[in-house]
Design a protein around this ligand. Sequence first.
Ligand code: SF4
Length: 455
Amino acid sequence: MLLKVVLFGYSRGMISSRALERACCENVTFMALACGQKPDHSTIAAFISSMGEEIGWLFTQVLLVCDEEGLLGGTHFSLDGLKLSSNASKEWSGKFEDLEKKKENLGRKVREAIREHREADKAERKKRDSDRERREERIRRLKRQAERIEKFLSENERKKGASGEEIQSNVTDNESAKMATSHGVIQGYNANALADEKHQVVVHAQVFGDGEDGSHAKPMLEGAKEKLEAIGWREPLKDRRISADSGYYSVKNLEVCKDLGVDAYVPDPQFRKRDVRFADAGRHRRSVDKRKERYKSKKRWFSVEDFKLDDRTGKLICPAGQGLYIRNRNFCTADGYKAIAYQAPKTGCRDCQLRSKCLRKPNTVSRQVHVFYGQRPGSITDEMKQKIDTKEGRRTYSKRLGIIEPVFGNVRACKRMDRFTLRGRIKVNIQWMLYCLVHNIEKVLHFGASYAMAA
Ligand code: SF4
């Protein structure tokens, strides 16, 4: 009964438990679905949160119906991510040092508020009760906030990013992350979906607590493989076309595609620049993009062009006249680019007057420069670039937009499931799968062979 209420509510954009509770008391359709019962919002929230085990099975059952109704083509799948706000404010984000400062600020505000309260009490004996209550409530609220940060700092470790450096934690939902979207920075989750070309049915959905898609292909493709095998497909992804945007272009993702035997189309970020058809694409640039360009950092550091090679010594000479020695003659990046790595002597950079123009981070000991001269033949990224640059590659990739973006448009704009109301990655994952379930069920109703005939 609760599942029916939740799915119907979600399909009408009611994603908060309180809205569903209200609907079960006021809306006749919800009353019928709830069999006249009036579930409490906490019961509804607890029900959704407890679906961790069942949601995968339920998703697979709906996928099976989609397959039986002939909605899965299985020729081309498209992968992408949608960044949705979590039930946490980005104001409660920061590195541990930032949160410590925030806590100290709150402590200072509490002390000031108490002092003001005492002075006001002394000065105005006949003060109205409401003012006194308001001040006391403010002190209690500030204390609660400071205690909340203190508790968080004592119970949690510093959050580390992919590079091992500390990234911002969030006091409310530490598994969500700050991520940039086209509408600004949000505190949220990166909700990924893999959709089939024929009717844009979602075959796998999963959320991630980071905005970078560079390592998401493995869990997404393995999840899709598992679900398609569960509905009876043999070798479901082998030799099938998979397209994803350039956010997924990474050695890690391309290797996963190769290991799983899929026919992947994942372009590098520069692929449009190589495509002659996009030579004058700039004329369509929206004014908003031009406005953004004004805010780009004007700061420029010395680049490799500012360093001159001394043929006699084989050293690179920096703008301050220091000679950079060769640290690695056979340097090679993960995607196959070869370079000679040079490094400046520590003593040279230590007291250099040009440090602020040369080193991006003030605590860097000495400058490194890589002079690129070629590419390792047959690298996996090189193969992908060649594949994308073919007529067939471009044609296949151009289908990506029409496969996956309608899913996100339907979920976010048409169904208004545009944020997550639960906290924690596991619960948010359940909610995202429910969103995609609503999308898939609607596909069955509109395009399923037996349902379409009945309609
Ligand atoms: S920081 Fe080091 S490499 Fe850069 S200009 Fe100064 S001495 Fe040269």
